[in-house]
Design a binder for this molecule. Structure first.
Ligand SMILES: Nc1nc2c(c(=O)[nH]1)N[C@H]1C(S)=C(S)[C@@H](COP(=O)(O)O)O[C@H]1N2
Ligand SMILES: [Mo]
Length: 327
């Protein structure tokens, strides 16, 4: 395994609607596998198996996956955050166009048995994490969610996946945190139970505020991010031209901005959600006086969820900018 990045590096601070591939954060808890991409994607020697509690287990080649009907959609891609400190915001987020094919016809071809309840997704990467050796990267979803939502992606922003982002094939689960989108996907296992595993029951579980039961990290939270300016920037001339993005597992219906001790005020140009689960752009323009200013934003979604104050991973995003004194 190569490069290991349980990193908090976040390259996503560009203002493009589609995050350029080179600016997408990378998470590889067991290390990036050493793979040498083929000149033609279809020539790469790779198989995906569908097995477990099914009538008809089978293995399919990458070339045969690529020959399935192709679809595209744009989706926000967000890391839940460092699994050791899940309440610290990392704001590692991107907006990407995925190309691939839904998983459901392959599950139907395999014919899950009546006892099937869960679908496990396993990647080809193996290694150690939190002191445990010989791990693979394994996630699971309820059977119905796997049928409805799992997409097998082979392109990101129109290009074959890079090795770091899961070449040649990865799962993408739109509207769910990135942790569910298993890279280097090789096995689909149908089961009657959830796997008891490092990345399913030990990490990537959460207790929502006011609740007592721990649940798997799935649906993304309501959130927003200021892409420009960046924290600490100087704004000569005093003109704030903020570019931001908001997203949630459902539509974001309101984004508010607050400057210094001022009240929350709605932004006026929040783009409505389209059919795809993509992020929603907005801007804010303000004249600021010389000196230091704090600028904060918070999003509210259709379900009434509001970005919380600091202390949670999706807390309101606040930056400090300075307007230099006029000479
Ligand atoms: N096989 C495998 N898949 C994985 C991971 C991993 O370590 N191994 N990390 C997960 C996590 S925590 C996230 S946030 C996303 C990140 O995808 P990216 O590196 O393409 O941005 O991949 C997910 N899929
Ligand atoms: Mo993640």
């Amino acid at each position: 395994m190569g490069e290991k990045s349980l990193d908090v590096r976040d390259f996503s601070d560009v203002t493009d609607y589609y995050t350029p591939v080179d600016n997408v954060f990378v998470r590889a808890h067991l290390g990036v596998p050493d793979l040498e991409p083929a000149a033609e994607l279809a020539d790469f020697d790779w198989t995906l198996s569908v097995e477990g509690l099914v009538e008809n287990p089978f293995t399919i080649s990458l070339a045969d996956v690529l020959a399935l009907p192709t679809r595209k959609f744009t989706a926000v891609h967000e890391c839940f955050g460092n699994p050791f400190v899940p309440d610290v915001p990392t704001r590692a987020v991107a907006n990407l166009e995925w190309t691939g094919t839904p998983l459901v016809p392959l599950l139907e071809r395999a014919k899950p048995l009546a006892s099937a309840r869960h679908v496990w997704l396993e990647g080809a990467d193996t290694g150690s994490f939190d002191g445990v050796d010989g791990l693979s990267y394994l996630k699971d979803l309820p059977l119905q969610a796997a049928m409805d939502d799992v997409f097998l992606a082979h392109r990101m922003n129109g290009e074959p996946l890079t090795v770091r982002h899961g070449y040649p094939l990865r799962a993408v689960v739109p509207r769910m945190f990135g942790t569910n989108s298993v890279k280097w996907l090789t096995r689909i296992i149908v089961s009657d139970e959830r796997p008891d595993h490092m990345f399913t029951t030990r990490f990537y579980t959460r207790v929502f505020p006011g609740e007592t039961v721990s649940v798997p990290v799935r649906e993304i939270d309501v959130s927003s991010k200021i892409l420009s300016p960046q924290d600490g920037d100087q704004l000569p001339g005093g003109k704030l031209e903020l570019i931001g993005r908001a997203w949630s597992t459902t539509e974001v219906v309101l984004v508010e901005v607050g400057v210094d001790d001022g009240p929350w005020e709605p932004v006026v140009d929040l783009e409505p959600a389209g059919v795809d689960p993509a992020w929603q752009p907005f801007t804010v323009t303000r004249e600021l006086t010389p000196g230091e200013h704090t600028v904060r934003i918070r999003a509210t979604d259709r379900a009434g969820r509001i970005q919380p104050p600091p202390g949670l991973r999706n807390s309101i995003h606040e930056i400090t900018v300075t307007v230099p004194a006029v000479p």
